[in-house]
Design a binder for this molecule. Structure first.
Ligand SMILES: Nc1nc2c(ncn2[C@@H]2O[C@H](COP(=O)(O)OP(=O)(O)OP(=O)(O)O)[C@@H](O)[C@H]2O)c(=O)[nH]1
Ligand SMILES: [Mg+2]
Length: 216
């Protein structure tokens, strides 16, 4: 580890209720999955340290409530966020529509230079109704990165947080080596991450060395 100052990034998860925002954070921070998480009330902050190259990055991850009654609170959570993960459930078309609305809202009212990642969650389920190509086209048109994940199996989850942290670092640090790292990473993992498993990217999270448990 170098003696560079620690980097501190606020990021926010947004999306309809039940799409799996809390489950993604739970998977990242504890490497576990719970079949019956309670809906989030308001918002919760989870701190996760990850290492990117020579830098240690502290992610302050704000997990928001998707229920409509909390919508008016959400600007409190996305204000000041350098990155946002917009989640939909691949088995629920309404949640996809809601995700695209969130992106427009963020672009209008969020931080101007915030990096946004679109995530289709629950790919372990077979009844997919939102095609990846639809989401990918939307992502391309709006200059976003698109990933698919399963909080249940862990597939793709670490990649989402890693790439977002990289994108924010790229914005903050004008460092050619970092830019090369991210280009290489994205070339190998963006969208084609479907066949990767959780262990293909070592986030070097402090807690990632815990045993993989599949139930809370
Ligand atoms: N099969 C499957 N179920 C999932 C996945 N992610 C979450 N779930 C389930 O979906 C339900 C809702 O997950 P949450 O993580 O609480 O959803 P949320 O987006 O945080 O919901 P709010 O807090 O109400 O906004 C829970 O029963 C989870 O177990 C996944 O990847 N696959
Ligand atoms: Mg939640």
């Amino acid at each position: 580890m170098s003696d560079q100052p620690n980097l501190d990034y606020k990021i926010v998860l947004l999306g309809d209720s039940s799409v799996g925002k809390s489950s993604l954070v739970f998977r990242l921070s504890k490497n576990r999955f719970c079949e019956n998480l309670e809906p989030t009330i308001g918002g919760l902050c989870v701190i996760q340290n990850i290492e990117i190259g020579e830098s240690e990055v502290k992610l302050k991850i704000w997990d928001t409530a998707g229920q409509e009654r909390f919508h008016s609170l959400t600007p409190l959570y996305y204000r000041g966020a350098k990155g946002a993960i917009i989640v939909y459930d691949i088995t629920n078309s309404e949640s996809y529509k809601r995700a695209t609305d969130w992106i427009l809202e963020l672009r209008e009212n969020g931080e101007q230079d915030a990096k946004i990642v679109l995530v289709g969650n629950k790919i372990d389920l077979e009844r997919k109704v939102v095609e990846d190509t639809t989401a990918q086209k939307f992502a391309d048109k709006n200059d976003l990165h698109f990933f698919t994940t399963s909080a249940k199996t862990g597939e793709g989850v670490n990649q989402v947080f890693f790439v977002l942290a990289q994108l924010i670092s790229q914005m903050n640090i004008s460092n050619n080596e970092n830019k090369n790292n991210i280009s290489e990473y994205l070339k190998n993992h963006s969208l084609q991450n479907k066949n990767n498993n959780l262990n293909t990217v070592d986030l070097q999270t402090k807690k990632s060395k815990k045993k993989n448990k599949n139930c809370c």
